[in-house]
Write a protein that binds this ligand. Structure first.
Ligand code: PMV
Length: 330
């Protein structure tokens, strides 16, 4: 009998310029709006999968430890989806590690589920293209869909499963100068997960206004990426982040992901800009602030943060899509 092969895949996290917030249908996670992001080079998840013929259940470790029951179930449900589709039923041994700390303002679910989608598809011999892998990854976490591809990626709004896939707008080599610096103003895990937040979005009176503005803003982001125009990209990204947080804050019950330091970081970015530094912010479902800048202006942003605020920072740049790293016989 041939021994099972372990496959290993890396996938980068991503930072969205136009955010995905609000979905319909679980577990398909069909997004209410298109979203556009940059896949990151340094913040990656590395995930391996080994079939366990004869085993009763999946053997899962995340960041070197047993996950919580809730986190484990999310992975098992995701794998069950692929097993149903492929008619395979043997459990998998899954090992996944992030190159970045959790709770640092980098969404670990995006990198983790993108890597898991690719490695599990391989383990179950599911031979599909990147668009289909992005549909599969979306079921783990909507933003994971965008991490299948490298560089600049759009996840289409979806009325059904077929429509809601991700596609690359430009490769990572298109804009090597752009930087994403995360000002880690507070650590720790968020109380309300984005999965819960996507449902609450429907209760906000601001949701319609946000959705109406998005198509124009997404056009601005697509053109800004094409032209490598950080000012246009930054303006649209700030506006979109504020509009997403307005939806969050006006949901019932309200979601406030910001801390007092988040507002200081926003003001820091606006001060930098007033002083002629290329810096625009965006904020995900947490208190930490992503600062979009250039390789040239990065040292000025870092110096200002170090001198005036002392926040820990993590800097990243455009990275590749999900990749196989090794094949080994266990
Ligand atoms: O993929 P999820 O369910 O974690 O949602 C992502 C939500 C945001 O990070 C706030 C926005 C985005 O598009 O990445």
């Amino acid at each position: 009998m041939t021994k099972p092969v372990t496959h290993t895949v890396t996938a980068g996290a991503n930072i969205a310029f136009i955010k995905y917030w609000g979905n319909t249908r679980t577990p398909q996670n069909l997004p209410l709006n298109p979203s556009i992001s940059m896949t990151l080079a340094a913040c990656v998840a590395t995930t391996s999968a080994t079939p366990l013929p004869g085993a009763e259940e999946d053997d899962i470790q995340l960041q070197g430890t047993e996950p919580t029951q809730k986190a484990r179930q999310r992975v098992v449900d995701f794998l069950d989806g692929i097993r149903t589709r492929t008619g395979r039923d043997e459990p998998l041994r899954i090992r996944s590690e992030n190159s970045f700390p959790t709770g640092c303002g980098i969404a670990s679910s995006a990198a983790g589920f993108a890597a898991l989608a690719v490695v599990a598809a391989k383990a179950y011999s599911l031979d599909v293209d990147a668009h289909e892998l992005s549909r599969i990854a979306r079921r783990g976490s909507g933003s994971a869909s965008r991490s299948i591809e490298g560089g600049f990626v759009e996840l289409h709004q979806g009325v059904d499963d077929e429509a809601a896939f991700s596609e690359q707008l430009a490769p990572e080599t298109h804009w090597p100068e752009i930087r994403d610096l995360v000002a880690v103003v507070s650590g720790g895990h968020k109380a309300i997960t984005s999965a819960e937040g996507h449902h609450l979005a429907h209760s906000s009176e601001m949701l319609d206004g946000r959705l109406q503005a998005i198509s124009r803003r997404a056009d601005q982001v697509r053109s800004a990426i094409k032209a490598r125009d950080l000012e246009a990209l930054g303006e649209a990204s700030e506006a979109d982040a504020l509009s997403m947080h307005a939806v969050m804050m006006t949901s019932q019950p309200p979601l406030l992901y910001w801390s007092a330091e988040t507002i200081s970081a926003i003001q820091c970015v606006w001060d930098l800009r007033r002083d002629g530094v290329a810096a625009w912010f965006t904020i995900d479902a947490g208190p930490n602030v992503h600062i979009l800048t250039t390789a040239t202006d990065l040292p000025k942003v870092e110096a200002r943060i170090e001198e005036q605020y002392g926040w820990r920072t993590i800097t990243d740049q455009p990275g590749m899509g999900a990749q196989f790293v090794e094949h080994e016989v266990t």
